[in-house]
Design a protein. Sequence first.
Length: 202
Amino acid sequence: MNRKTKSARREKSSDRPQILILNGAARESGATDAIIRSLASGFRRGGGLVRTVNLRELRIADCLGCRQCRDERSCYYADDMNRLRAQVINARLIVFASPLYFCAVTGLMKTFLDRLYFFYHDVNRHLTRGKKIMIVTTLGEPRTGHETGPLFEFYRRYLKALGMRRVGRRSFPDLMDKDDIRRHPEYLSDIREYGKNLAKQI
């Protein structure tokens, strides 16, 4: 392969939107995993470059609120959040995917979201200002409104504080047990098509 061909391939890849899916599910091979696999497939069909990160596989400590990120533009911790932070900066679209536990995200997702406090301060805020966000929620209840209301209000305030912008939101109810997704094949086809269309728009 000559240099010109390699350069053309790199240029072609750089034109494709980078999409980062952050999976806050603690349970492996459950409904949330199945949903985001289909979502990633849709993104790729729409031309996106997709990276999926399972937070359960990473070592991310709880934010101390020490504000070293504000004063020194660096985090106190040397853990997996450091490389993940770079992926957040580079992504054109970020997906926050989490089951709903007691009207909130999982502990894994909340710890990750707390560590994005790094970008709240003026010295770092420009790195993620205007970042496009999609929210994916799975839940056991058959109705979405009553349970997801407090969650979506949290996300609204959270994204506003960080200067991020929600461009998509999907909820999938009636998924209490691990294999319940098998009763809802329409969820997978729906999110796949949704992802394909969204990737084309960003």
